[in-house]
Write a protein that binds this ligand. Structure first.
Ligand code: FAD
Length: 386
């Protein structure tokens, strides 16, 4: 088998290496990272890890001996700096050259920075931004709100600043987002919508309208940028992410891209997703393609976010919906929002309804023709439909 080099030792890259061995790949596998530590999962960085409930050892995917036992070469602190496509070589910062038969780019994404504010992507980031005192989070997306939940539970005075008129505008329906905001408000978290940050100074955040908010800690969660420079400099097709075909191949057929950095086909659209499901499923799928599968990549995307005791789960990609039907009981905090474009079900957002989430994934995977009026019928049973 050809040697496989994987650049990026995060969720997707690690999964690709593991899946290659599980599928019997016999060639060399080299996993190249730049964080100097074993591959680890990021979601707890704004949840249990930030809370102090778990430590770094709980985050790593596999112990060091796993990689040795499976003949996966780990290079953890020597980032790839260029790709020589003609020679099929990756050049590392130290000058070391690694040959590949197949190359997998799993370089992830990085937070958009705001000078003076913390961002949370790595354990180092989380360690240097433990919540204390007056906390201001910039951005009412999942990262900002998860951070706000942990800070509020730690007894901090928390204010969330959001440039849009509402929270989670990019990722959740208005109905679900409004519920999430209410849960935060009941815990004393304050929200400023339609508010833009002019400057973060030591001890304060200055808004565009001149308002000054005192702050002991400022955390920004205003989205990420895909790490696609390595691919672009190698002449691969890049468009807000490394563009791949339904087999996760870049514009060079021996080079693949997976995870946060990849822009891939989803139905008639091309999208980039920043979630564990996508990283894991694409890591698995790339191993299948490299070991001979001809199946295109087409799973149903899903996502979760934990805030306080509330679990928000999304099946499908709900952006672009034009109507919703709500089932369950929003007042009691357990409900699902079915999001439609015309008659077509795009996805289902569930709050504290894990069974709905599982059934919705099944429904979407089977491409069931569920229309809004079917869900709106009193007594609609998702179990029967699924
Ligand atoms: P990463 O895991 O980021 O791995 C990419 C790795 O490549 C990084 O280590 C990076 O440093 C490295 N790298 C980049 N360039 C190079 C180079 N040139 N050479 C070598 N290495 C390089 N998803 C969910 O589904 N649910 C959640 O609740 C959730 N919570 C999250 C909370 C936080 C705080 C964060 C940051 C993310 C969260 N996510 C969540 C998203 C999820 O963690 C990511 O989508 C996932 O990690 C993507 O995997 P990846 O392998 O593409 O990128």
């Amino acid at each position: 088998d050809a040697s496989v080099v994987i650049v990026g030792a995060g969720q997707a890259g690690c999964q690709a290496a593991v899946s290659l061995r599980e599928r019997g790949h016999r060639g060399a596998i080299t996993l190249i990272g730049d964080e100097g530590v074993l591959p680890y999962q990021r979601p707890p960085l704004t949840k249990a890890y930030l809370q102090g409930d778990i430590g770094f050892g709980d985050l790593v995917f596999r112990p060091e001996k796993y990689y040795a036992e499976h003949d996966i070469t780990l290079v953890l602190d020597d980032p790839a700096v260029s790709i020589d496509r003609a020679a099929r070589q990756v050049v590392l910062r130290s000058g070391r050259v690694v040959e590949f038969g197949n190359l997998v780019l799993a370089t992830g994404s990085r937070p958009r920075p705001i000078p003076g504010a913390h961002t949370i992507r790595t354990t180092t980031d989380a360690d240097s931004a433990r919540p204390h005192g007056r906390v201001v989070t910039i951005g009412a997306g999942f990262i900002g709100l998860e951070y706000a939940a942990v800070a509020s539970e730690a007894g901090c005075d928390v204010t969330v600043i959001e440039a849009q008129p509402r929270a989670l505008a990019r990722v959740l329906s208005e109905e679900t987002a409004e519920h999430v905001v209410q849960v935060h408000r009941r815990r004393g978290v304050k929200f400023l919508f339609n508010a833009t940050v002019a400057e973060v100074r030591p001890g304060e955040v200055v808004l565009a309208d001149g308002t000054v908010l005192p702050a002991d800690l400022v955390v920004a969660g205003i989205g990420v940028v895909p790490n696609a420079e390595l691919a672009a400099e190698a002449g691969l097709s890049v468009d807000d992410g490394i563009v791949v075909d339904p087999w996760l191949r870049t514009s060079d057929p021996v080079i693949f891209a997976i995870g946060d950095c990849a822009r891939f086909h989803h139905g008639a659209r091309q999208i980039r997703l920043e979630c564990v499901q996508n990283a894991v499923d694409q890591g698995t799928a790339v191993a299948e393609v490299i070991t001979g599968s001809a199946e295109p990549y087409a799973p149903v995307p899903w996502f979760w976010s934990d805030q306080y005791a509330m679990k928000v789960q999304i099946a499908g990609v709900t952006d672009g919906h034009d109507s919703v039907v709500v089932t369950g009981d929003p007042v009691s905090g357990a409900f699902s929002v079915f999001c439609f474009a015309g008659d077509r079900l795009l996805g289902v957002e569930s709050v504290n309804k894990p069974v709905d989430h599982v059934l919705a994934r099944r429904l979407l995977a089977a491409n069931c023709p569920i229309r809004p009026e079917m869900v709106a019928v009193p007594g609609f049973d998702l179990r029967t439909a699924a």
